[in-house]
Design a protein around this ligand. Structure first.
Ligand SMILES: NC(=O)c1ccc[n+]([C@@H]2O[C@H](COP(=O)([O-])OP(=O)(O)OC[C@H]3O[C@@H](n4cnc5c(N)ncnc54)[C@H](OP(=O)(O)O)[C@@H]3O)[C@@H](O)[C@H]2O)c1
Length: 184
């Protein structure tokens, strides 16, 4: 689905070195790391994005149902001032913080109607669906220094290769951050 659009689709994910964004039961405990491991800081002239440099520029959020259900378990809702599109064919929620969209096409239509410019796309299957539909323009991955063996994968099958241009990288707290632009 290559559609004209005024917005950029952006991904920011924490991933285990073996390619998972959560354990099979959705647990994210492994992202915290171990404080007793002495990681080196590795700086670069062209820093990758970090949450603090990524988050302020986002004006719209799209998350899959799996991610929404996980976020509901957090101490506080992380997007108090923004409307979030919840992508789900099954969710029956009356949550004023989210607008449920039943398909990718509905999400794209609503983002257009709402004048979206910088869209944070979140969730394993949701990111995969947006990638397949050529709706992702930038990907930042923070790789955690851990192997967890099994879990929810960040990426999946594609019908064609997607080429990326590395635009920044650095390492801190044992996490290597890399930001890529999608090349068309
Ligand atoms: N490490 C990180 O940075 C990070 C970031 C985000 C999420 N996570 C974790 O990842 C886990 C959730 O991942 P997930 O793979 O379950 O993915 P998800 O994308 O959050 O949720 C998947 C659900 O979204 C809906 N969906 C996705 N694509 C759709 C489409 N094209 N059309 C309609 N509905 C669609 C479906 O809901 P229905 O079944 O209702 O149709 C699908 O079951 C959670 O544990 C979360 O904490 C980790």
């Amino acid at each position: 689905m290559s559609v004209p659009r005024e917005w950029r689709g952006r991904v920011f994910m924490g991933m285990s070195l073996d390619g998972f964004i959560a354990r099979t039961d959705s647990d994210l405990d492994w992202l915290d790391g171990r404080s007793d491991i002495p990681h080196e800081e590795i700086v670069s002239d062209r820093h990758a994005l970090e949450w603090d440099t990524f988050r302020p520029f986002i004006d719209h959020f799209v998350m899959g149902r799996g991610t929404y259900e996980k976020v509901l378990t957090f101490d506080r809702w992380p997007y108090p001032d923004e409307q979030v599109l919840l992508l789900s064919t099954t969710a029956r929620v009356s949550d004023p913080r989210v607008t449920v969209v039943r398909s990718l096409e509905d999400a794209v239509r609503l983002l257009g109607e709402r004048g979206a410019r910088e869209v944070y796309v979140d969730g394993g299957r949701t990111v995969q669906a947006f990638l397949k539909a050529d709706l992702i323009d930038e990907i930042t991955i923070a790789v955690a220094p851990i192997l967890i063996g099994t879990g929810i994968p960040v990426f999946g099958a594609l019908s064609h290769d997607i080429h990326l241009c590395l635009i920044g990288t650095h390492a801190s707290g044992g996490m290597t951050h890399a930001t890529y632009a999608v090349v068309r």
